[in-house]
Design a protein around this ligand. Sequence first.
Ligand code: AMP
Ligand code: MG
Length: 339
Amino acid sequence: MKTLKLDAVDNYDFAVKTASEILKNGGIVAVPTETVYGLAASAYSDDAIKAVFTAKGRPQDNPLIVHISSLDMLRDIARDIPDVAYECAKAFWPGPFTMVLPKGEKIAKSVSGGLETVAVRFPSEKTICDIISTSGIPLAAPSANTSGRPSPTTAEHVIDDLKGKIDAVVMGKDCTVGVESTVVSLVGEKPRLLRPGAVTVEQLRKVLPELVIDDAVLEQLKDGETAASPGMKYKHYAPKTDAFLVEGCSNSFVNFVNSKDGCAAICFSEEYYSINVPKICYGSKRDESSLAQKVFSVLRDIDSFDVKEVYIHAPSKDGVGLAVYNRLIRACGFKVIRL
Ligand code: AMP
Ligand code: MG
């Protein structure tokens, strides 16, 4: 299949119109959002959704998030919507926040991987919102990477993974947030954080004081345990190089990596010049948002270093740091070294 490249920087209107046409005709198109690039398909078309799963190599039981561009669309996607969902929408939409609600009837079965619930998000990125409004259809869109690989935060990442497997890529700017949305389930007894993102636990608790943090946010599921969020049980975000997450202060991290042969490091800007092995910096340890913005691209870049192992300095779990930590511990297959 030829993958069309649609230039959304210099030819925005044409890119939006063409992408909308392809989606209305049942095609699949990668689109920039503020979090990561998404691989979009009509949430009403079972065939288009199946094509998304095939292009990504995504397990069928890992459900997709449906994207909307107005609050009115929510009523087509979900049913029995509780008041608290509207309070969350007021506080966090448009933006990097997804809520899980009882599923509406029109949504294609394959979107939810067999569940009775649906995840919904109203993004803030103009490009995806314009495509949803122009096509008039809600778009189911997982991250536009090959399943298991780091999520794509640039159009080039999408091309590297999916060229020849999808109808088009809307080539926009790099994503500003850099990690996927915060996912909260509103269907259980208490609201439950399933995946941390740029909307932080502190912000959520102002609207959802009873919020419970699911164990799978920071821990590996035990054998036989059912995942509240099916995506949490899969290996994710992994570079090809064997990766380890390292917890400790800057001094200990620098001494540790400098004592190792044949490895590379993913470090903070503050320690960059003290490290003697091949290294990439992913931002300042004091600025979790900068770490979020770069984390997936450094996980991709590390594979161009010819090393067997990479040691990644763990961020704090405060604020957006929790989302970065959550992605990194999965990228490392839960291999953590505590110095
Ligand atoms: P991605 O599409 O890669 O951003 O991943 C979407 C995430 O949302 C995965 O971790 C899914 O498990 C989660 N998700 C989507 N729909 C649901 C749902 N109905 N219930 C629980 N988790 C969901
Ligand atoms: Mg993903």
